[in-house]
Design a protein around this ligand. Structure first.
Ligand code: ZN
Length: 419
């Protein structure tokens, strides 16, 4: 299998429009210093129109010798005073230029709940924005219009096709996405299959679009909810406290009550559709399985997305309740060090793929692999590496995370739908 890339794979967890947007941004992933980041921005700015925003992503200043982000003034200078918004690789922090901050009306007096606007010694914003302050900025960046949207979605699909994917599941599909994909399929610009999972409030408008006629290669396949946060931000909802968690929420943060999960399940059931639930921590996974059971939604094709940590007691429930596990093993690769800090006592519960298979889940049918692109790249090889070796290429075998959960390469490819 190695060497040649398989085709006809299924990417079971993607964000197509966001991928298109990220492909059009400046990628700062290879920058090794602040100076290099500013050089890249300066060069990229020259390729843009006078009033265009400069959007970038992938910066990893914690890996630079001098770990400081560029300041707002340095961004102004490098970009010729245009609005600049540059994301950290994990999308939890961003630096913005003066023009961008003005546009978003963020200044030294701005207070944002669960967000930080960093200030310098003169009490002026440095340009660095954390968590919800970064999101506030991002939400003010002008949205691509209809034509740009079409171009971005087409680029994303072509990118995924080139990586060998012929079927893509979008796990937060916009209500317009089905119609747009349908147009691209109809014109012959792409030839792939899509399953779309809009957020619950977007479910009805998405189904309405489907009723008014879309290509049969596109299907509204269920609703999507977020039950918890992420491991990186220690907001995944855990049964046991993180070793290095936030004192205010040591076991992470549930984002939905059991009653709210039930309501979402019942809304989907009314439409004869399953629910796909983002559940990363073991408590979120259990709360979702409980709600599926209580609402009688067993056997309806409900999915748990991510399921990065699963308690031993819940493994058999996926088979008993016919719940699909949609995992992205590739996240293990950059997260190895963080997992050791966060869950030193629970590493044996991280991505317990072998246990799920032994319990009876069938690769490619009820155990699906994907990437969560554009959070990480969509290359299936990354998840194969993680599932088979449980560590990055070049790492010593002793550094693997729970090697007992490793599976063989053919089984890992089968989870991508390879027959
Ligand atoms: Zn996702």
């Amino acid at each position: 299998m190695s060497g040649q890339r398989p085709t006809n794979l299924r990417e079971a967890h993607a964000h197509i429009f966001q991928l298109g947007r990220s492909l059009s941004m400046l990628d700062l992933g290879k920058c090794e210093s602040r100076e290099q980041m500013l050089d890249e921005i300066s060069t990229f700015a020259k390729s843009l129109g006078d009033h265009d925003w400069l959007l970038a992503h992938g910066a990893r200043p914690e890996q630079w010798d001098d770990q400081r982000w560029p300041t707002r003034e340095q961004l102004d200078h490098a970009s010729n005073d245009r609005p600049v918004a540059a994301w950290c690789f994990d999308y939890h922090a961003m630096v913005a230029s003066s023009a961008a901050l003005r546009y978003a009306m963020i200044d030294s007096g701005t207070k944002i709940k669960t967000g930080i606007v960093e200030l310098d010694t003169n009490n002026e914003p440095t340009g660095l924005l954390l968590e919800h302050a970064a999101l506030r900025m991002w939400n003010r960046v002008p949205e691509p219009d209809g034509d740009q949207r079409r171009t971005l979605v087409l680029q994303a699909c072509t990118h995924l096709r080139d990586l060998g994917f012929s079927e893509v599941h979008d796990l937060k599909a916009q209500p317009w996405l089905g119609t747009l994909l349908s147009e691209l399929l109809g014109s012959g610009e792409i030839d792939m299959r899509f399953e779309l999972f809009p957020l619950i409030p977007d479910l009805e408008p998405s189904l309405e679009a489907q009723r008014s006629g879309i290509d049969d290669r596109v299907r509204i396949a269920g609703g999507k909810i977020f039950v918890d946060g992420t491991l990186n931000s220690r907001t995944a909802w855990m049964l046991h406290p993180f070793a290095d968690g936030n004192p205010d929420y040591p076991c992470g943060t549930p984002m939905m009550s059991p009653a709210a999960i039930e309501k979402a399940l019942l809304t989907c059931k009314e439409h004869d559709l399953p629910l796909a639930a983002h559940a990363i921590g073991d408590a979120a996974v259990r709360a979702t399985l409980d709600a599926i059971d209580r609402t009688g939604c067993n056997d309806t094709g409900c999915r748990i997305e991510h399921a990065e940590v699963i308690d031993e007691a819940d493994i058999h429930r996926f088979i008993d309740q016919s719940v699909i596990v949609s995992m992205q093993p590739c996240h293990l690769l950059p997260d190895i060090e963080a997992l050791r800090r966060a869950l030193p006592e629970r590493l044996d519960r991280v991505l317990p793929i072998m246990e799920l298979l032994k319990a009876g889940l069938a690769p490619g049918l009820d155990l699906l692999f994907g990437s969560d692109v554009p959070i990480v790249r969509a290359n299936a090889q990354d998840s194969i590496q993680a599932a088979v070796h449980r560590r990055r290429v070049g790492m010593d075998a002793s550094e693997a995370i729970s090697i007992g959960h490793a599976i063989d390469e053919a089984t890992a490819w089968a989870c991508f739908g390879l027959k």
